[in-house]
Ligand binder design. Structure first.
Ligand code: KG4
Ligand code: ZN
Length: 343
């Protein structure tokens, strides 16, 4: 490998995916492995932190070995190690942080601490597309819903966030009441394709002018629960695809319109989607259609579905600018479960 290239090994264990990846120069993926724990948690209807930590512990070393092998590299070829140190589940994060610290010490390599949310944003850099700034970024994951203005790389301003449930959380909770399984997002995405999005009238929380870039999804979730309970009381049939499609439509309406309003207000040149919910086929489609109509000069970028959900390539990508600036973490780095995006 050309020594002028920067090879970073990324490690991700913040929730229920154990992941290791090697990325060259912040944008070329050489390997990207994810060991999903979905089946382990599905029977409990959500992530069980203790089970997540134990699985990370047994998977992380073999996964790192495999990531290097797939990239055709050895430890000695690496320039740095990057790890997600928050936000997330503390016991889960600690597995990745301890592994990265041990490797950094043993291999005498710099350690780079990455904010998991910031890394979701960097998933958009793992492609050939050039991004023009200023850009508006919608991060929609299981734990967060954030609308950001990126004036230029590294200069980010928060425009708004959710007041209650995150978008992914709303998908997961509604899937649970519809008894679809876990995680709910992909299941609702699939079921909604067979349903009528106008079948059930559900609320959209636009909020007042001062909070126009904030979100609230708990009212929508309650409306779905009320609809189901009312139908049960009256002995009426519920059509799950119709209800799933109507819920998805209501949530996506709000995400799309607020993102477009933000792009217009900030005179953005690009809109970026990231986080697990950005894998949603209807969100991708609707955002493209509406943007083309409302702001045709604004480019839309979203990562392929496997880079929207948790992965380690995005961790290595986010570490690259830090590597160039020499922003390294000390070996007493700790996990920060509540780490904010703009801290
Ligand atoms: O970013 P992510 O993998 O993990 C967190 O950092 O939270 O996001 C996981 C969330 C889950 O709530 C999951 O249901 C949702 O992303 N999700 C989706 C889809 N794929 C994953 N939501 C809607 N449609 C999808 N296709
Ligand atoms: Zn995530």
């Amino acid at each position: 490998m050309n020594p002028k290239h920067t090879l970073i090994l990324g490690i991700e264990t913040s929730c229920d995916e154990t992941a290791a990846a090697v990325v060259k120069d912040g944008c070329h993926i050489l390997s990207n492995l994810v060991s999903s724990q979905v089946e382990l948690h599905a029977r409990y209807g959500g992530v069980v932190p203790e089970i997540a930590s134990r699985h990370h512990l047994s998977m992380i070393n073999p996964l790192i070995e495999e990531a290097l092998k797939e990239a055709g590299l050895e430890f000695k070829d690496l320039q740095a190690l990057a790890v997600s140190h928050g936000p997330g589940l503390v016991g889960a994060l600690l597995v990745g942080v301890a592994t990265a610290k041990a490797l950094a010490y043993a291999l005498r390599l710099p350690l780079i601490a990455v904010n998991h949310l910031e890394a979701h944003l960097y998933a958009n850099h793992l492609g050939a597309e050039k991004i023009n700034y200023p850009a508006v970024n919608l991060i929609v994951s299981g734990g967060h819903t954030e609308l950001l203005l990126i004036e230029e790389p590294g200069k980010t301003i928060s425009l708004g966030h959710t007041r209650d449930d995150a978008a992914g959380e709303a998908f997961d909770k509604v899937a649970r009441v519809l008894e679809l399984g876990y995680p709910g997002g992909p299941l609702i995405d699939k079921l909604a394709r067979e349903g009528n999005p106008s079948a059930v009238d559900l609320p959209r929380a636009w909020l007042d002018q001062d909070s126009r870039f904030d979100f609230s999804f708990s009212g929508l979730k309650t409306a779905v629960i009320n609809h189901l309970q009312r139908a049960r009381r009256r002995n009426e049939e519920v059509n799950p695809p119709d209800l799933a499609a109507s819920f998805q439509e209501a949530l996506i309406d709000v995400l799309v319109e607020k993102t477009i309003a933000a792009a217009r207000t900030c005179r953005a040149r690009a809109v970026l989607l990231s986080g697990g919910v950005a894998a949603n086929s209807h969100l991708r489609l609707r955002m493209r259609e509406r943007l083309l109509k409302a702001l045709p000069e604004v480019a839309l970028h979203f990562p392929p579905p496997e880079l929207c959900t948790d992965n380690a390539a995005m961790i290595a990508a986010a570490a690259y600018p830090r590597y160039l600036k020499g922003e390294f973490a000390p070996l007493d780095l700790n996990a920060h479960p509540g780490l904010a995006l703009l801290s």
